[in-house]
Design a protein around this ligand. Sequence first.
Ligand code: PEP
Ligand code: MN
Length: 341
Amino acid sequence: MIVNMRYGATDQEIDHVIERVRELGYQPHVIRGAERTIIGVVGKSQAHRSELEALRAAPGVEDMIPIAQPFKLVSLELRRERTVVNVGGVLIGGDELVVIAGPCSVESREQILETARALKAAGAHMLRGGAYKPRTSPYEFQGLGLEALQILREARQETGLPIVTEIMSTEEVDVVSEHADMLQVGARNMQNYPLLRRLAATPRPILLKRGPSATIKEWLLAAEYLLAGGNPNVVLCERGIKTFETETRNTLDLAGVALAKELSHLPVIVDPSHATGRRSLVPATARAAVAVGADGLMVEVHPCPERALSDGPQSLDFRGFEEMMRGIKEPLRRAAAATAR
Ligand code: PEP
Ligand code: MN
């Protein structure tokens, strides 16, 4: 339920509604806009619905509207203003397209420092790199763990690029939060509810990848766990879903990106590397993502993809990354011209 307070409602009136919502056993989520305050009422309660609806008569309340979607706090119905997530000074969901780049895995200090310098020079805004890797086979490279986090931190110190890295279990939350600016929930963990609940209580922004077989609704409900638990700084990432097609690693759901933006106020970015599994397809799908309104991109880049310990075939080299960056400027220029018209 959305409680719309009147323009000019007093703090006392707002506090009274919040108190009554709590008394009825629901959780109030207060959104203070420039013009007016909105109180989102979520949760389950034994109270009669009519008791909640009676709040329509409370002083300062203008109206109350039910939220049709099952994801309440994530929904654009509740919050009309788009969320902008600040990651170490980089704004995701604002006016500028944000490009996150880096190797699939952190392999060595030299690899990361060289990559971070090249990416920064080419215009990337953030650095990615896996320290704890979710590998399909237990015999594959599993990541350097803490050593990788320290290397990433050094790269941030030198280049100023904020770091995002994947977190696989609740046990790693403290150590990864200490080193990284943003925590990535990988596709395989999108529905790991104990992890989501724990991450809801961290002050770090979260990059929530869509599960390979998750519907848009399931993806947004996973984000709802984070917001309901108290972390409003969530960025959604489409990384391709499983379909019958086997020529590409996954199928990039571009309509899903546009729909997620239609349904939610959260920023949405696209990972064309995991979506396609092929380096040659990354620039074209990156341009397409920009054209459908993605707020950013996350791409894998390696100094020498043929030697990569993971995801080499889908990684761009530095030259490939520079070319991709040049390529995405064109749809951006066209979009700006269209808005100006
Ligand atoms: C990754 O970003 O390297 C990764 C493992 O991604 P996903 O969870 O989308 O497979
Ligand atoms: Mn990868």
